[in-house]
Design a protein around this ligand. Structure first.
Ligand SMILES: NC(=O)c1ccc[n+]([C@@H]2O[C@H](COP(=O)([O-])OP(=O)(O)OC[C@H]3O[C@@H](n4cnc5c(N)ncnc54)[C@H](OP(=O)(O)O)[C@@H]3O)[C@@H](O)[C@H]2O)c1
Length: 320
């Protein structure tokens, strides 16, 4: 089968299209013919071996898992003897982070990492959903306890999490502000953000406005900057960003709620937990993934370059 393989950490140039052996499912796995896969921030970090955590997961000096790609959609081709939920021919999708392997024609996965794909959802749409939509849902609803009538700000609004976030937020009747770079602002307006802020022109933490809920995918400022922008009893939820800033938020959050009546929460992704919820929203026409692409398998290095520059809108999807 064809796959995008990397044998050393580096930039998109280390990704190579290769012919390799097709995988074979273990007893508790299914074999999936991959139809689409999307790029996540985690793939980008693992490609470069960017942090100590990336290298602890994938190998200190070189990557042990040589095929990236966690968010996949495809058709089941074979099932292991212990698999009970799926059969050959089922169309499925899910987040395979931990085992990865999605930038390939075939991948094996545990059944608990998968959900059935609704017939009305394309493979490209399904591949865009898992990580970004789970982070948006778990950030806004589980941690953020979003409520009708609130003012919400999404920082880093034009990528995967933000474009799902605004669609989920609209179901609650909140007033949403999106922060991103100049080239994304028209898209944000067209998606229903009530207000947009260009982070290259304005620092939203210094504009004197307050928000009931902030969902942050960048976390590139001090936690005190964010809490200054919260209204009384407001909640700041981070899904990721600078490790140093996240650590600061983790250490200070109990003190902040005790002293200021504002709250800081950190999302630890529960992969695939809410795929059934996303299926319901999709089938009701309430959520539509924003797709950048689709690109072809041999264009994966180009797609990673685009992702690395932050030039993508929504989710970058590769069709296989
Ligand atoms: N909590 C967990 O367990 C967990 C698990 C997996 C991933 N994550 C995290 O989840 C996040 C993924 O978010 P995503 O998929 O939405 O990322 P994304 O698609 O890369 O989107 C990020 C957006 O932020 C914008 N941006 C960059 N710098 C900015 C700034 N200073 N201010 C405002 N916006 C800025 C980018 O556009 P421009 O570059 O054009 O500005 C881009 O549109 C990452 O932080 C990742 O580490 C967390």
């Amino acid at each position: 089968m064809k796959a995008i393989v990397y044998t050393k950490y580096g930039g998109p140039e280390v990704l190579q299209l290769k012919e390799i052996e097709k995988p074979y499912p273990m007893d508790d796995e299914v074999l999936i013919k991959v139809h689409a896969v999307s790029i996540n921030d985690w793939d980008w970090g693992l490609l470069q071996g960017a942090s100590f955590v990336d290298r602890m997961m994938s190998g200190l000096s070189k990557p042990k898992k040589q095929i990236l790609g966690s968010d996949i959609a495809g058709r089941i081709e074979a099932v292991g003897t212990n698999v009970t939920r799926f059969k050959p021919g089922d169309e499925v999708y899910g987040d395979l982070s931990g085992s990865w392997g999605g930038f390939a024609e075939y991948v094996c996965a545990r059944e608990k990492a998968l959900a059935l794909k609704p017939a009305s959802m394309s493979f490209n749409e399904a591949a865009a959903i898992p990580q970004a939509a789970m982070l948006a849902k778990q950030g806004l609803i589980d941690k953020g306890q979003i409520k009708s009538g609130q003012k919400l700000l999404i920082n880093g609004a034009g990528g995967g999490v933000g474009t799902f976030g605004v669609q989920i937020a609209k179901l609650y009747g909140v007033e949403v502000t999106g922060v991103d770079s100049t080239s994304k602002l028209d898209m944000l307006r067209s998606m229903g953000f009530h207000h947009v802020i260009d982070h290259t022109q304005e620092d939203f933490t210094k504009n004197g406005k307050c928000y009931d809920l902030i969902l942050d995918v960048k976390t590139n400022r001090s936690v005190f900057d964010y809490t200054r922008s919260l209204c009384r009893n407001g909640i700041y939820v981070t899904v990721g960003g600078s490790m140093v800033r996240l650590l600061q938020a983790l250490v200070l959050k109990p003190w902040i709620s005790m002293i200021t009546k504002k709250h800081v929460r950190i999302v630890v992704l529960k992969p695939n937990k809410d795929l059934a919820y996303m299926n319901e929203l999709f089938e009701a026409g309430k959520v539509k993934p924003v797709i950048d692409g689709p690109y072809k398998l041999n264009e994966v290095p180009k797609a990673f370059r685009l992702f690395g520059k932050g030039d993508h809108k929504g989710k970058i999807v590769i069709t296989i």
